[in-house]
Write a protein that binds this ligand. Structure first.
Ligand code: KIV
Ligand code: ZN
Length: 559
């Protein structure tokens, strides 16, 4: 990168910047801002193929459902589709009474006129005026002095005020010094104050001053100081709603917005998933869920992120990145064994201790994925060759109701990791179940269980057990103080093998086949080698016999 000297800083600090850093003493956004979605304008105008009329209508209703009360619907004077869209919303009565639509306009007479025609009959609207104020735009594009740029803003503001009087409807005004982040803060303040003078905001008619990071050119803390400077020096501040509109050129639009809110802003313009010009706008979902993770209700409904993602992708034809905060396919996924283990233990701890009042603190999960419609199995615990016993047993328990003893989990973990490693792919829950079943459950080779009968003889049980070994059927006899014990005795005695039965447990299967029981058996041979097996059957004793046969078949003792 030899050409770094080509780039000079293109942002401006507020005068005596250190005065405007009070935001640094605040550590979280304590209350939600007024949210304004600009998906239908800034978002839509950045799509390769802008949304059709029908898609825009669907998107509008989708935003209403999420809970937005302010929605920028477009630039009605820009073209017929935008104009017609605005008219359709109004004429078909599609705007709920508690929703304000916002429209964008330049400071030109015929455009402002057309904008008000588009708004005829609207109940509540924000008319959003903008003109570009940055040094680069003033010098290179408009070739105008600061005063001439102020005149553009003031004449537009006057015209909007006059037009609003001629039309019925509750009109509010918004002004954006476009390219604010490339503008000297003193000049941005001056031009905003000139517009404020024209609009004369009052408690019943507040004015929105929107401070866009049209291009993100500085670190977020610089933007925050610029915002604090504006908040402290705007005239009639109590009747001004300071709004943020960061773009994401340096990848920090969310940070800009959060620090801008700490610096005193009241309102945020952004989009779902950060769609928008170039690298996009501030992502309202991330902002809202960041707030949520600090215990603040953002006032928007993101309880079903998978559904919101589907609708968004369908309507915009954009793809959500797998690592997109809160929403991406992989953002809650834990493949690593130690992470899975910590998550499994954290969830169990929460369940056992019922520490709801202590707040959410499960390791590796910044929020409870269930709060936004994601699942623990499938979304969080995902299995590949990096995974471990914790995650694998979590899935077997949650999806198949199999509560494996701790020592067996380790062996199943190795088998599953090995399968994933060999296949070089992630394993789905049914594939994990198949590995467990094929490697541990009801194994019948080389020793096959066929049937058994039992008799009570005095205080003992006698077992007659029919098996197949090396293609030959045999009935083996043994005795013990329980049925499994008697079967084990028959096997040891007749097959001339030495082992002890060191662990046994069983439980009914609560998920799926309700009438089945699963047993787990551990045996230890004369050299101390441990083998596990599992058995599945409708009869609990038979399941335990299957488990013993499985353990023996895995042990290598049967020749
Ligand atoms: O990014 C921007 O500056 C804009 C303005 C029109 C507010 O979208
Ligand atoms: Zn923008």
């Amino acid at each position: 990168m030899k050409n770094a000297e080509k780039y000079k800083k293109s942002y401006f600090l507020p005068p005596s910047q250190s005065k405007y850093m009070k935001w640094a003493n605040r550590d979280y956004v304590a209350q939600p801002p007024v949210w304004c979605s600009v998906d239908l304008r800034d978002g839509n105008q950045a799509l390769i193929v802008p949304m059709s009329f029908k898609e825009k209508l669907d998107f509008f209703q989708f935003l209403v459902k999420i809970g937005f009360k302010e929605i920028e619907i477009g630039f009605p004077a820009a073209n017929q589709t935008e104009f017609d869209f605005c008219r359709a919303l109004i004429e078909q009565n599609l705007i709920p009474d508690d929703v304000t639509v916002q429209v964008l306009t330049q400071s030109r007479e015929h455009i402002i006129k057309k904008t008000f025609e588009a708004l005829k009959g609207v109940k509540n609207a924000v008319v959003h005026l903008y003109n570009s104020t940055s040094v680069a735009q003033r010098e290179q594009v408009f070739k105008k002095s600061k005063q001439e740029i102020i005149d553009i803003a003031v004449s537009g503001a006057e015209l909007i005020k006059e037009s609003a009087i001629k039309y019925n409807g509750n009109f509010r005004y918004e002004y954006s010094p476009e390219s604010f982040t490339g503008t000297e803060p003193e000049f941005a303040l001056e031009i905003c104050n000139e517009v404020i003078k024209v609009w004369q905001p009052s408690p019943g008619n507040k004015v929105i001053i929107n401070l866009p990071g049209t291009v993100e050119v500085s670190l977020p803390h610089v933007y925050a100081s610029q915002i604090e400077y504006m908040c402290e020096n705007l005239q009639n501040r109590e009747n001004i709603i300071v709004s943020l509109h960061p773009h994401n050129d340096r990848g920090c639009a969310v940070a800009d917005t959060e620090l801008g809110l700490l610096a005193g802003a009241d309102r945020v313009e952004g989009t779902l998933f950060g769609n928008g010009e170039r690298t996009g706008n501030a992502d309202i979902i991330t902002l809202a869920l960041n707030m949520y993770s600090h215990g603040v209700n953002p006032g928007l409904d993101f309880t079903n992120i998978p559904e919101i993602s589907r609708v968004y992708e369908n309507l915009t034809d954009m793809k959500i990145n797998a690592r997109h905060p809160y929403c991406g396919e992989l953002v809650f996924a834990a493949f690593s064994g130690s992470h899975q283990d910590a998550i499994t233990k954290g969830l169990a701890w929460r369940e056992e201790t019922k520490t709801a009042e202590a707040g959410w603190s499960v390791p590796y999960l910044p929020i409870d994925p269930k709060d936004i419609g994601r699942q623990y199995d499938g979304d969080i615990i995902r299995i590949n060759s990096q995974s471990g016993k914790g995650g694998i047993s979590f899935l077997l328990k949650n999806k198949y109701g199999m509560d494996l003893p701790a020592k067996l989990r380790e062996q199943v973990g190795y088998a599953v990791k090995d399968a994933s490693d060999k296949l070089h792919k992630e394993l789905q829950p049914d594939e994990i179940y198949n590995v467990f079943r094929d490697s541990f459950v009801n194994l019948n080779n080389p020793l096959k269980y066929i049937e058994s009968n039992y008799e009570n003889v005095k205080s003992e049980i006698k077992a007659f057990i029919k098996v197949k070994i090396k293609d030959k059927e045999r009935v083996l006899t043994g005795s013990g103080n329980g049925r499994l014990d008697a079967v084990s005795d028959a096997l040891r005695r007749n097959l001339n093998i030495k082992y002890s039965l060191t662990n046994y447990s069983e439980h009914a299967l609560e998920i799926g086949s309700k009438s089945q029981a699963i047993s787990y058996v551990e045996i230890k041979d004369a050299d101390g080698k441990v083998s596990w097996g599992a058995g599945l059957d409708t009869d609990i004793v038979t399941s335990s016999v299957y488990a013993l046969f499985s353990a023996l078949n895995r042990s290598g003792l049967i020749k």
